[in-house]
Design a protein around this ligand. Structure first.
Ligand SMILES: *[C@@H]1O[C@H](CO)[C@@H](O)[C@H](O)[C@H]1NC(C)=O
Ligand SMILES: *[C@@H]1O[C@H](CO)[C@@H](O)[C@H](O)[C@H]1NC(C)=O
Ligand SMILES: *[C@@H]1O[C@H](CO)[C@@H](O)[C@H](O)[C@H]1NC(C)=O
Ligand SMILES: *[C@@H]1O[C@H](CO)[C@@H](O)[C@H](O)[C@H]1NC(C)=O
Length: 205
């Protein structure tokens, strides 16, 4: 029958098809789609960390990516960035209705704020132009406005810590400069914040 004669070509076609699928699949797996210049934030350039009477504050820049329009003046170049600010109660007293102060210095425009809210009630709409803030941009917790102590919550991070995830745009600071902050603070005079040069969390319980 004709059928038996047409079988080998079909098998060959099938094999070629499978090889093609596999090779294009592995090519995809090997070389991810060329995205734009994805620059992971130059890692441990000593991100600012502060300890304020048992409250640990940190700000980590996770990603910085040059975005269009590209400019010849490095100071005017836009970058998209992603960062996380952490407020962690390591102390013996509840931290009640806290406000974290972040001194942005690179004309940061915040597009998304997750895990907390902008505390400047007169200007809390996103995108948020941080240059409109006097000196610092203030964040507070939402819905968790207070942080319990590790003792009463037996170290349950969801009750003693807040992570604020930020996405936005900043200007300038071409590599290798890292657009870090100089300090972090709590807007509460009863907390005195001291910067930790190399905080190591694994020692504390
Ligand atoms: C942010 O505000 C400054 C003025 O403080 C203004 O010059 C700048 O264009 C604003 N940026 C954006 C993206 O709106
Ligand atoms: C809050 O934002 C307004 C502009 O909308 C600005 O005038 C004011 O200084 C900001 N407040 C603080 C505490 O930075
Ligand atoms: C902003 O910072 C300057 C210099 O550090 C200071 O003199 C001024 O009082 C600050 N303004 C506010 C509103 O905190
Ligand atoms: C933190 O300290 C512990 C114990 O001293 C050490 O084993 C660990 O390597 C340190 N981690 C970092 C990131 O320095």
């Amino acid at each position: 029958m004709d059928c038996s004669r047409s079988r080998p070509p079909i098998l060959v076609l099938l094999l070629v098809f499978l090889l093609f699928v596999e090779s294009s699949w592995s090519q995809q797996a090997m070389s991810p789609a060329p995205t734009t210049t994805l620059t992971p934030a130059p890692a441990p350039a000593s991100p600012p960390e502060s300890l304020c009477n048992g409250i640990f504050l940190s700000y980590v820049l996770e990603l910085r990516e040059r975005i269009h329009p590209f400019t010849s003046n490095p100071a005017d170049q836009h970058y998209s960035f992603r960062a996380t600010a952490i407020v962690l109660n390591h102390g013996t007293a509840d931290l009640v209705t806290w406000t974290l102060l972040v001194p942005f210095r690179h004309r940061e425009l915040l597009i998304s704020v997750d895990g907390g809210v902008l505390a400047n009630a007169s200007n809390s709409v996103l995108p948020y132009n941080t240059t409109l803030d006097a000196n610092v941009t203030a964040f507070s917790g939402y819905p968790n406005m207070d942080l319990k102590t590790p003792i009463e919550m037996t170290n349950d991070l969801s009750q003693i810590q807040t992570k604020i995830s930020l996405v936005g745009t900043l200007f300038g600071s071409p590599s290798p400069t890292v657009p870090l902050l100089e300090f972090l603070d709590l807007d509460d005079p009863s907390y005195i914040c001291a910067q930790l040069p190399d905080f190591n969390d694994s020692g504390s319980v």
